[in-house]
Design a protein around this ligand. Structure first.
Ligand SMILES: NC(=O)c1ccc[n+]([C@@H]2O[C@H](COP(=O)([O-])OP(=O)(O)OC[C@H]3O[C@@H](n4cnc5c(N)ncnc54)[C@H](OP(=O)(O)O)[C@@H]3O)[C@@H](O)[C@H]2O)c1
Length: 325
């Protein structure tokens, strides 16, 4: 039986996660409208209807409005909070009077950010707090101190990271008493560096690949849950108009469509099933808030189990736009 890395840390959740980045309207200070609330509510209902029980946030999404909107939904549904896993992120700061857009893993930022997140969501604790992007000035002891305070106060149960290399994770980990639970990375049929890095070892063709060496294997060895952001490739292979995209993207979209028809499923489930077929037990963080598209993801896990090695490579090679080395 497959045991997900998060389950090994006592966090039981669905394989798919709903990304809540678009909740609450635009990335501005306009007020949240009733339509924004309704759109979010419909997305949450669609997600729950297909068994999704984990929701991904960040303090910066729509300038805090995503969390506030989600908080409104939780308020209207007593009991829901305990049935779901809520994850949020901090560490990115927008440009302000104090400085340019920057990263901040200081104790004071982490503590203040978590208090604001909990207040916006209207909840007592986060299941997982992710550090959003590596802070060049990161000091693991300071992060450990902040996490220790949050954990002791019952405000955060587990810590994870996002967009980090093995070296950065190891650097942080040596100061933390708890094991880093998650690394969230951009991975999809349109963002293939996570695979290309491995197949091009010892080859000049690999010099353009932009991915940390051994990252996927490192997370597997350490049983760090890999979560994929951007897993639907923003719809490129599941219905979005790709007339202006390169030929190999158009061809891959056709292949996905043919496979979906042959397997009597949806293109979304093929695209996500392809990611989930990888032995790293990836958790896709889907970013659509269109209820039909969310429901179209329902068959993804089954498709991952049905997908043959040949089908998987056919999609990979097509999306790469070049043959295996
Ligand atoms: N850790 C990080 O640094 C990081 C960075 C970015 C995002 N994230 C997380 O990952 C989640 C997903 O990211 P993502 O939004 O880039 O992922 P995605 O799931 O690949 O793309 C979702 C986007 O594509 C659109 N889309 C999907 N299918 C479509 C179709 N057939 N036609 C037209 N548009 C379509 C969706 O619009 P509709 O809503 O209209 O369907 C939505 O805007 C976010 O919500 C967030 O939680 C994390």
């Amino acid at each position: 039986m497959t045991i997900m890395p998060l389950a090994r840390r006592g966090i039981t959740t669905s394989r798919l996660i709903l990304g809540c980045m678009p909740f609450g309207g635009g990335w501005n200070s306009n007020p949240i409208t009733n339509e924004d609330r309704l759109n979010a509510e419909r997305a949450v209902d669609a997600a729950l209807s297909i068994g999704i029980s984990m929701f991904d946030h960040a303090n910066i999404y729509t300038m805090g409005k995503a969390e506030e909107t989600f908080g409104g939904i939780l308020k209207g549904r007593p009991g829901l909070r305990e049935q779901i896993v809520i994850q949020s992120k901090c560490g990115i700061r927008f440009a302000d009077q104090a400085g340019p857009g920057r990263f901040d893993f200081s104790k004071s930022h982490i503590l203040a950010a978590v208090d604001s997140i909990l207040q916006r969501l209207g909840i007592e604790y986060l299941d997982i707090l992710l550090l959003h992007r590596p802070d060049a000035l990161m000091e693991p002891d300071e992060v450990a101190e902040a996490f220790g305070i949050l954990k002791a106060a019952g405000k955060v149960r587990a810590i994870g990271v996002s967009n980090m290399s093995p070296g950065q994770i190891r650097f942080l980990q040596q100061a933390l008493p708890d094991q880093i639970a998650v690394n969230q990375l951009e991975m999809s049929l349109a963002r293939l560096d996570w695979l290309d890095q491995g197949v091009h070892v010892n080859q000049t063709a690999g010099v353009q690949v932009n991915f940390s060496e051994g990252l996927i294997e490192y997370c597997q060895i350490e049983r760090i849950q890999i979560q994929a952001w951007g897993p639907l490739a923003q719809g490129r292979f599941s219905g979005r108009d790709v007339a202006n995209e390169p030929a190999h993207i158009q061809k891959t979209a056709e292949l996905v469509s043919q496979l979906a028809t042959a397997k009597e499923t949806t293109p979304e489930s093929i695209v996500l099933g392809w990611l989930m077929r990888h032995p790293a037990l990836i958790q896709p963080v889907i970013g659509t808030i269109n209820p039909q598209r969310i429901i179209a993801c329902q068959d993804a896990e089954r498709q991952s189990q049905l997908m043959t090695r040949e089908e998987w490579y056919t999609l990979y090679v097509s999306a790469r736009g070049k043959n295996m080395p």
